[in-house]
Design a protein around this ligand. Structure first.
Ligand SMILES: CC(C)(COP(=O)(O)OP(=O)(O)OC[C@H]1O[C@@H](n2cnc3c(N)ncnc32)[C@H](O)[C@@H]1OP(=O)(O)O)[C@@H](O)C(=O)NCCC(=O)NCCS
Length: 175
């Protein structure tokens, strides 16, 4: 079973490896195997860089695990932005990024945000589009794809039973 949990200090070396391998091996559509681009992209994914991410109070660094195996790494930044979502190439297409994304969305929603944002790679663009994310600036020249997901407002059981009555009460301004 895939479990998503906050990262801890002991995860730092493996988080660094997964982030780096994922970028190098899976994101060639984005970096074109250009060593200079890869170097800039992976620079802050060193163990020191990951430790800094972990200690930064603006970040919620998360890992998707199966038993002792770390499958994928995610990060929520400033409460409502997804800053990382990278799967270990050895565990691609086994549901890890899907589980991690669903968990990050749930955390953002639970914190009271009505929407979330991220900048997708070309590699993951279809993955996000298939999960309800929309591009916010589709025509712009870019190195990434800015996206946003607006969460559906949960309806109370009473609203769900009688949506028309709820609408008319809302429009009349009464509570
Ligand atoms: C594309 C990617 C995000 C999918 O994550 P995963 O953990 O491997 O896959 P999951 O099992 O959770 O989800 C499978 C989804 O991958 C996508 N997918 C399937 N084959 C694909 C392929 N050849 N190339 C790209 N995406 C593919 C589909 O959207 C699929 O969803 P579906 O099963 O509903 O059709 C991941 O494989 C990847 O390439 N990550 C690289 C890092 C990256 O770009 N991260 C995003 C940073 S913003």
């Amino acid at each position: 079973m895939i479990v998503v949990r906050p990262a801890r200090e002991a995860d730092v070396p493996e988080v660094s490896r997964v982030l780096t391998d994922s970028i190098v091996e899976l994101c060639s559509l984005d970096h074109g195997n250009d060593p200079a681009v890869i170097e800039v992209w992976t620079r802050n994914k060193s163990e020191d860089g990951v430790r800094a991410m972990l200690l930064n109070p603006a970040n919620a660094l998360l890992v998707a695990t199966e038993g002792d195996v770390l499958l994928a790494v995610g990060c929520i930044v400033d409460g409502d932005s997804i800053g990382l979502n990278y799967v270990d190439p050895r565990h691609r297409f086994r549901g890890a990024s899907s589980a991690l994304l669903a968990d990050m969305e749930a955390r953002i929603k639970a914190a009271g945000h009505s929407a979330a944002q991220l900048t997708s790679t070309a590699t993951a663009r279809a993955f996000y589009l298939a999960r309800g994310w929309q591009e916010t600036d589709p025509g712009a020249p870019r190195t990434g794809y800015p996206m946003r997901k607006i969460f559906q407002v949960e309806r109370s059981p009473r609203q769900a039973r009688d949506p028309a009555a709820y609408r008319s009460r809302r429009s009349s301004g009464r509570t």
